[in-house]
Design a protein around this ligand. Structure first.
Ligand SMILES: Cc1cc2nc3c(=O)[nH]c(=O)nc-3n(C[C@H](O)[C@H](O)[C@H](O)COP(=O)(O)OP(=O)(O)OC[C@H]3O[C@@H](n4cnc5c(N)ncnc54)[C@H](O)[C@@H]3O)c2cc1C
Length: 496
């Protein structure tokens, strides 16, 4: 089959999956008014893959000459990673800063198990790399949408999986091993667009120790498998919400669902890690490397939109030449361009996996970029909300604007600069409201890993030897370890 049509993709979701939304079982996600928002957004992947204008970028021909999604190919060079960035940029620009989710998160998980599975096979003689490759072919040949289930519900964050007190299922675990596969239980949470995906790829979210071996498990599974229940995230919008009032959130409901596994059978050929606890952290970190790249690529596109909204909001309010506004706009431009530049640098300076032809983004730069944009997000939000004014949260709704009894009042009193219409100003106000929602704030801080996770990686990767050698040389302290870079430098100040 290779590339699916959007219609085939949508039809594939009516497969008996168990989904709950706002307290009720959803009999068919393709018919549900709010789940439909997610499905249509994910369908953009299929719309664009079928569009000849984008096929050269978004698709490749496989060894049998069949067209497959480029996002499902392994990353073997810097150019592959650069192309992946262009793919994510296109997805993000099309969908108002939110890349369509058919493969967006889980491609990074697939890349992670592709890199780590051979390491496990080398140590234990397992066959996981072959399983990963077979899974990749299965995804490609059937053009499946898949979600990434990394984050467990975790329980007490200070305890490892096997140390949890109330029960042992806070992290997904193997509860039974059989000759033909394993039975798993537990729950993953915040799993973006899962109810709109065919499959989910499950992997551990943290490093583990020997007594956590049952939790060191990675696998791929269809989301209509018996024993799987999905509970949808509470959306920002309600049924019937308009694009005028919610230009982004009525077009993109990411639906970061909770997935419960209640004794779910996973066949041997879909298992990519089973008890090799030393590799749990490696899968999690490798996913993070790839996913930070995805995050910073789409975030730069979202910031493009964000900075554009701040500029227009200033113009529509007639304050674009005021000193404090120019200062804020300058900061927003620097923020936007720095995220783009750092994200690109992580790819330009990518790392090759030893003993293979696979590459991954530079972990140090990728972590710095993710931390930088997440840590500064609330400043950006403060600036755009300041420029916009209180109307961002107090403007009446589209229905009031359309009601003949209130329309003229709104038209008259909600105007700003005479250089634009009242409608344009109201539209921009609503966009800023969506861009600065609590959902956006939390997404930016936590999705793709929380701030501390990046700091931890940065600290672990830091080249303190180089930093210290620079300082010791300047202070005139003899360096017994003689850092090679500084040992070779000419004497300074010179003896002239
Ligand atoms: C919108 C959105 C979409 C997402 N999409 C996905 C997805 O598709 N797939 C997926 O797998 N995940 C997804 N995530 C999950 C995301 O990766 C996590 O939210 C993130 O890793 C933080 O984990 P948490 O939410 O459990 O927060 P917590 O880990 O509970 O963090 C809360 C606070 O506790 C601190 N903390 C936690 N543990 C410790 C510790 N041991 N020591 C010290 N401090 C600690 C953290 O640093 C933080 O300050 C998504 C999240 C969001 C918000």
């Amino acid at each position: 089959m290779a590339i699916k049509t959007p219609q085939q993709y949508l039809a594939s979701l009516n497969d008996g999956r168990v989904v709950y939304f706002d307290g009720k079982r959803v009999p068919d996600v393709t018919k549900h008014p709010v789940c439909k928002i997610t499905n249509d957004w994910v369908a953009m992947d299929y719309i664009m893959n079928n569009d000849p204008k984008y096929q050269d970028l978004l698709t490749d021909l496989d060894s049998e000459g069949e067209r497959v999604s480029f996002a499902l190919q392994p990353q073997r060079s810097r150019d592959d990673l650069l192309r992946l960035r262009e793919v994510v940029k296109l997805w993000a620009r099309v969908c108002f800063g939110k890349p369509s989710g058919a493969k967006f998160v889980a491609k990074d998980g697939l890349n992670a198990v592709t890199v780590v599975a051979p390491r496990v096979d080398k140590k234990y003689g397992t066959d996981y790399a072959a399983n990963v490759e077979a899974y990749r072919r299965h995804l490609q040949k059937n053009d499946l949408s898949f979600a990434m289930g990394l984050t467990d519900v975790k329980g007490d964050r200070s305890l490892r999986p096997s140390q949890q007190v109330q029960h042992k299922d806070f992290y997904v675990r193997i509860v039974e091993e059989r000759p033909d596969g394993i039975i798993v239980s537990g729950a993953k949470t915040h799993i973006s667009q899962a109810p709109a995906c065919n499959e989910v790829l499950i992997a551990p979210c943290r490093a583990m120790q020997e007594d956590d071996a049952a939790y060191a498990v990675a696998f791929g599974v269809p989301l209509n498998t018996p024993g799987i229940t999905m509970i949808c995230a509470q959306p920002e919008i309600h049924e019937g919400a308009t694009l005028f009032d919610h230009p982004i959130s009525a077009a993109v409901y990411i639906n970061d669902a909770t997935i419960v596994f209640d004794n779910v059978f996973i066949p041997n050929e879909r298992i990519f890690l089973k008890g090799e606890w030393e590799f749990a952290g490696e899968v999690a970190y490798m996913f993070a490397n790839f996913h930070r790249l995805s995050a910073e690529t789409y975030k730069a596109m979202e910031l493009e939109l964000f900075t554009g909204a701040a500029t227009l909001m200033a113009e529509y309010n007639g304050i674009e030449k005021k000193a404090h506004v120019r200062e804020k706009l300058t900061w927003l431009v620097m923020y936007t361009e720095a995220v783009e530049t750092l994200g690109r640098a992580a790819v330009e300076q990518c790392v090759g996996e030893e003993g293979s032809d696979l590459v991954y983004p530079n972990p140090m730069i990728a972590n710095i970029c993710k931390f930088y944009f997440a840590d500064n997000w609330h400043t950006a939000t403060k600036y755009i909300q300041d420029i916009g004014g209180g109307i961002i949260v107090t403007a009446p709704s589209y229905n009031d604007y359309m009601n003949p009894e209130t329309h003229d009042f709104m038209e008259k009193y909600f105007g700003g600069s005479a250089r634009t219409s009242t409608e344009n100003r109201l539209r921009m106000v609503k966009l800023v409201r969506d861009l600065t929602s609590c959902y956006e704030d939390v997404l930016t801080i936590h999705a793709e890993g929380s701030l501390e996770a990046q700091k931890l990686s940065i600290l672990q990767l830091a080249d303190f030897g180089r930093y210290k050698a620079a300082a010791m040389r300047a202070a005139g302290i003899a360096d017994s370890n003689r850092n090679a870079l500084f040992a070779e430098l000419p004497k300074f100040p010179p003896d002239l």
